[in-house]
Design a protein around this ligand. Structure first.
Ligand code: SF4
Length: 879
């Protein structure tokens, strides 16, 4: 074992990274070696045991905890681990498998006090709290000491407070850093391997950044040089963390600039990040990781500068000095940030505060005054928006009332989604949280990002993650099923709140606040999520959509209108974005027509591109009822097909039925307050709107960009539904076999769409036209699978067109599937007149093209669904 491990260490060292943490088998072998150690290996073995085994409910942690417990109880011996040391080491394992033995050991005459010391710093004790409280009540002095320590929050006070002065060395990345720069999609496979993945951070050349191997390895020498100065190195940028909700982006930054966590291999916390703007999800992920993110003017901070940050803890003001001169001043987002950093992260703080509160209640003490409390906003007495009421309901407020912007709250999470490139990290975070069962009502895992072209590491995930999720009561999709949102949306309950480890988790009914994998794991495990309620921006669509105009054009009309109003700029320096961190609320009450929920998702999905915190939409009860009725059939069909967890899906079906029995939807009050209201009169949107290379905010009219030569076209992503593929088919039908002047990629969102399109003969049309069809899933949108050729110009229906996302050096226009199809045929962007000519054809067949997947009206699904009795299955859970 040691020989193999040393070889692994050498291989990893060649890559510039530490070895991987020990797995279950290696830990079991280590345990045997510790029992009778070979000569001269003693120190090495002890180091492996103490520092190289993961904590929480990882299987390796199970083996380690069992061994340490056996040593402490005298059931196993090692000349290298005393009983006392074994108890100490159990106390470094955060929670999970170490907790029960420590609670047992509280009764031990010799080791009871050591076990108490270990438990005092252990936060993830969950139900074991009651075992300690019971022992304390029965007179166990050690248990009493633990309870008192928890009540006094020694887990918190024993940690160093944030310094009043922090000297930083600036690592400056000018312009916008999106999470793809920090955690590139093509390297998604290595995300759970934090040190290895960090090698890809900033691997593409850009102003002031010198990658070690451009396109492969980031600016290691630059980073090392700055670290050598001995100060905390701070990541500093004009705009930091836009794009996907990648915990891996935070992990990479902290791997270089954060602090080691004692006894926890290959993870770091702490660190400082400064940005004139820090994207909300990235900000939250930094908070969760124990970093100190500060929005502050960074104009006078350059690469390598030494800057002193002075923090006034009373006023939560931060002042930056360079060479003795004040260069910037700012306010912390909340003074609670200081407690979060001290606790080692927001999640630790929430769990720890909860433990302290429980302990104080058990001891009959007043609530603790030790922690900083968020400043809650004054009540304006005005009405509430739709989103504020939804969150209010999830927080248990009286019906009709809501949560005011700026209020800290913890809404109940009814639905949580996880996809496969963040899923393994969420799994690791769940293990760290000692989670053996989900408290959120429905947690769903997808495999849409990696199924089409998996690496061996992805295949391992495909084989292992479904059971991990289902064993905890979650629902697991299968590789090849398709895109997370196209499935998760079909499991939603109206007016409920959720989250997901994918930044496009943007529920079309209810509301979701997408998050990084740490927070998603927390939400899944505990069933709640911390939230600073954002303000809302209202976009009201009025009137009737004009001929040839699609929903995608309305999606792009939102940034277009905001640019016209001067509330959104494309320029990164001093960027304005009215939507940033706010909730985008879409009011369709004066929209002529009735949007289906599938259509509504195009609007909510794209709120991610606006960097909005969430999105809510007013839909009719009829649309929602139609969707739920269809989805009940789909869920029953899934149960019949052997998907798990059956009880969770059955429970969801029963809850959908409850809503259908008494349908009602939350609406905003007429005097609700918004940061800004936009009214978009649909009679003014008379030609398609595209988002131009390479910025989803750069919305322009077709007439401004017509004629641009196009090399490749992608129709797919969660922005599409079956109607888009029929529309493409109708246009391609007229193309002579193989005569397309572009490379056209088609990837339907789900396997049900693919199947249906095949049944209807569309795949034959695609094939004849020379299009390339891909497995249902994210496909080109994710950029980690097949990619467009380097330096091509493309039209894509996907969500984002950040540089290098679809292909290296690719220039990407975002547009509707209809416009993309025309461009695929012509090899260039059409003129408005040309486009309208094609669109007329489509409009005339709208009834046939834009039919959605109503499973309750499709025999092959109803036949299977009819065999499933969800009442029986969900009742089985109760017995
Ligand atoms: S299709 Fe694109 S935006 Fe949608 S979930 Fe997949 S990668 Fe994310």
């Amino acid at each position: 074992m040691l020989e193999a491990y040393r070889q692994h260490v050498a291989e990893r060292a060649a890559l510039g990274v530490p070895p991987k943490p020990l797995d279950e088998t290696q830990t079991a072998q280590l345990v045997e070696l510790l029992k009778s150690p070979p000569a001269h290996e003693e120190e090495f073995l002890v180091n492996l045991l103490e520092n190289r085994v993961p904590a929480g409910v990882d299987q390796a942690a199970y083996v380690k905890a069992a061994f340490l417990a056996a040593v402490a109880k005298g059931q196993a011996t090692s000349p290298l681990v005393t009983k006392k040391r074994a108890v100490y080491l159990l106390g470094t394992m955060l929670g999970g498998y170490n907790v029960a033995p420590l609670v047992d050991l509280l009764d031990d005459e010799t080791l009871g006090a050591d076990a108490a010391e270990a438990l005092k710093k252990t936060l993830l004790v969950f139900d074991a709290f009651h075992d300690v409280a019971d022992k304390a009540t029965a007179g166990n002095a050690n248990a009493q000491a633990v309870l008192k320590s928890w009540a006094d929050a020694e887990w918190f006070t024993s940690r160093p407070d944030v310094a009043e002065e922090i000297k930083i060395t600036v690592f400056k990345v000018t312009g916008e850093t999106n999470t793809d720069d920090l955690s590139p999609a093509q390297d998604a496979w290595s995300r759970p391997d934090i040190p290895l993945h960090a090698n890809a951070m900033l691997k593409n050349e850009r102003d002031g950044i010198n990658p070690e191997k451009p396109g492969e390895v980031g600016p290691m020498s630059q980073i090392k040089e700055l670290i050598a100065k001995g100060n905390t190195v701070a990541y500093v940028g004009d705009v930091v963390g836009t794009g996907s909700s990648r915990k891996s982006a935070t992990n990479s930054v902290l791997w270089f600039f954060g602090d080691d966590i004692p006894h926890i291999p290959n993870k770091k916390d702490g660190g400082v990040c400064l940005g004139a703007k820090i994207a909300p999800i990235f900000f939250n992920t930094m908070e969760d990781a124990g970093a100190l993110p500060i929005e502050i003017d960074v104009n006078n901070m350059n690469m390598g500068d030494e800057v002193t940050l002075k923090i006034n803890k009373e006023t939560a003001t931060v002042t930056a000095f360079k060479e003795g001169q004040q260069i910037a001043e700012s306010q912390l987002k909340t003074p609670v940030l200081l407690d979060e950093v001290r606790a080692g992260g927001r999640i630790n703080l929430i769990i720890g505060r909860g433990l302290t509160t429980k302990a104080r209640e058990a001891l009959g003490l007043e609530p603790s005054t030790l922690f900083r409390t968020p400043v809650q906003p004054a009540d304006t007495g005005k009405g509430y928006t739709q989103a504020q009421k939804m969150v209010g309901r999830a927080c248990g407020l009286p019906e009709g009332t809501g949560i005011r912007p700026g209020t800290y709250c913890e809404p109940r999470m009814t639905t949580v989604g996880s996809q496969d490139t963040t899923g393994p990290m969420t799994r690791d975070e769940l293990k760290d949280l000692a989670c053996l069962g989900f408290s959120a009502d429905l947690v769903m895992q997808s495999f849409c990002h990696t199924a089409a072209y998996p690496k061996p590491v992805d295949v391992v995930t495909h084989h292992t993650l479904p059971d991990f999720i289902m064993n905890r009561g979650g629902v697991s999709l299968r590789p090849g099923d398709g895109i997370i949102h196209s499935w998760l949306n079909r499991m939603l309950l109206p007016d409920t709140v959720g989250t997901g480890g994918d930044s496009h988790t943007r529920f079309p009914i209810g509301i979701s606040f997408p998050a990084g994998s740490g927070l998603v794991a927390f939400a899944a495990a505990t069933g709640v999520m911390p939230l600073d309620m954002p303000e809302s921006v209202l976009v009201k669509f009025k009137g009737k959509m004009q001929p040839g105009i699609t929903l995608r054009d309305l999606v792009h009309a939102i940034p277009y209108v905001a640019i016209q109003a001067g509330d959104l700029t494309v320029e990164k320096k001093g960027k304005k974005n009215i939507f940033n961190g706010r909730i985008l609320e879409i009011d369709l009450s004066e929209y002529e027509g009735d949007l289906t929920v599938e259509q509504a998702f195009e609007l909510s999905d794209a709120s991610a591109e606006r960097s909005a915190a969430g999105c809510s939409i007013t839909l009719s009860e009829k649309s929602v009822a139609e969707y739920l009725t269809s989805n009940m059939t789909m869920l029953k069909w899934m149960i019949a097909e052997g998907y798990g967890d059956a009880r969770t899906m059955a429970r969801r079906v029963e809850n959908m039925q409850k809503w259908l029995d008494n349908p009602s939807l939350i609406k905003a009050d007429s005097d609700a307050e918004y940061a800004k209201v936009y009214e978009i009169d649909l009679s003014t949107i008379t030609e398609p709107v595209l988002c131009c290379p390479n910025d989803p905010d750069d919305a322009k009219l077709l007439s401004d960009v017509a004629g641009a030569k196009i090399d490749e076209v992608f129709i797919g992503s969660c922005m599409t539904n079956i109607g888009h593929f029929r529309a493409a088919g109708k246009l391609l039908e007229k193309v002579e076999g193989g005569s397309l002047s572009t490379r056209l990629w088609l990837a339907p969102p789900t396997r049900m769409d693919e199947h249906q399109l095949m049944e209807e003969g569309y795949y034959n049309i695609y094939g004849r036209a020379g299009a390339r069809t891909e497995m249902p899933g994210c496909s080109l949108c994710m950029g980690n699978q097949a990619r467009v050729a380097p330096n091509t110009t493309c039209v894509s229906t996907s969500t984002r067109n950040f540089p290098n996302r679809l292909g290296q050096g690719a220039n990407v226009y975002l547009a509707s599937a209809e416009l993309a199809s025309v461009a695929a045929v012509l090899g260039r962007l059409p003129t408005v007149a040309e486009y309208m000519g094609y669109a007329q054809n489509i409009d005339s067949m709208a009834g046939e093209i834009y039919r959605y997947m109503n499973f309750d009206r499709m025999g092959e699904y109803t036949a299977e669904a009819g065999k499933v009795d969800t009442k029986k299955i969900s009742a089985a859970q109760l017995t």
